[in-house]
Design a protein around this ligand. Sequence first.
Ligand SMILES: Cc1ncc(COP(=O)(O)O)c(C=O)c1O
Length: 374
Amino acid sequence: MQIAFRDDLKKLKPITEPFHAYEVRLNTNESPFDFPPELKELALKRLAETDFNRYSGEYIERFRQALASYHNVDPDRIAIANGMDEMIRLCVRAFGIGAKAVAHVPTFESYEMSAIAEGVPFVGVPLLEGFKLDVPRLIEEATTFEGSHAEDQGIPGILFLCNPNNPTGNAFPMEEIESIVKASKMVVAIDEAYWDFGNPDALYMLDKYDHVIIMRTFSKAFGLAGIRLGYAITTPEIVSELSKVRQIFNVNSLSVTVAQVALENDDYRKEFVEFVIEERERMFEALSKIKGVQPFPSDTNFMLFRTEKPAEEVLAKLAEPLTDDKDQSSPKKRGIGVRNYSDRPSLENCLRVTIGRKEENDLFVERLREIMEG
Ligand SMILES: Cc1ncc(COP(=O)(O)O)c(C=O)c1O
């Protein structure tokens, strides 16, 4: 049968899982450290006490309580999802359908991908020189409604602000973020996946505005990307709207049980953040000294850099196997993985590297120097 697939999905690439194929994985902004062994043991003990035969409701409720006291807010202000990625999708579904989704670009691709998948028009507002927000244009987009984007039909639209921004790495001034929120007639979702590493904390806005959502994740500073858990802090009314468009039991009891152990023992997160900040400075210095490399300052656990050589060539050379392994029986792993952003407007020849372990960062810097200067 000839299936007439959705025409608008032609813009999307199928999502695949290529990330494990590198010996040194500096391409997905994960923590390079697994959950500390003593916490893993505690988590396993708690998992053993979890009823696998029951739906996750009671565990989710307990976890929402724990998150609420962690942030000192009421539990009815918290929504949780399978990673922030799912929360983004829920925001598009609850507030974008029938209207539009807006974000500054370049930014995290998930906002546009979710909009396309949900059939919502996406408007990208380019960042200005120096990766600055175009505040007037963002406000214009967040206050104008055309055709079906009808404000009077009670369809608000959704504006995403990623702070600090992926992939550029910079945090935007909070006054700018707030001036956009204040003017916006759309619901504004602020993605703070990386806030721990730069502290552009917008939680205070919850007391001032009733159309703002702060989104956080366990994937970055908590180092738990594999458990897929993200959350939003917002108004009880918005939590209620988001709950209408999610799956009934969207998050599983295993993830929330592990995340609760992380919340109750969050010193390891603070230590990791300190480590990243130190390594980030070291990485910036080292990259600045390589001929033909321009690193951009970062408020995150990754760094964008531009190379004078074509980014594809640098990417391919970094990915060459690190050891000349004679054993032909197993497939050879690629060397160092970083992400190529050079196809995005204003990011010509730009690559993004995650801050890894000290020895991984050293290896990366050494290989990059050889590629650029050798
Ligand atoms: C800005 C930003 N938001 C959200 C996410 C996704 O977070 P999660 O792993 O919770 O889905 C990422 C992942 O890289 C990200 O860079």
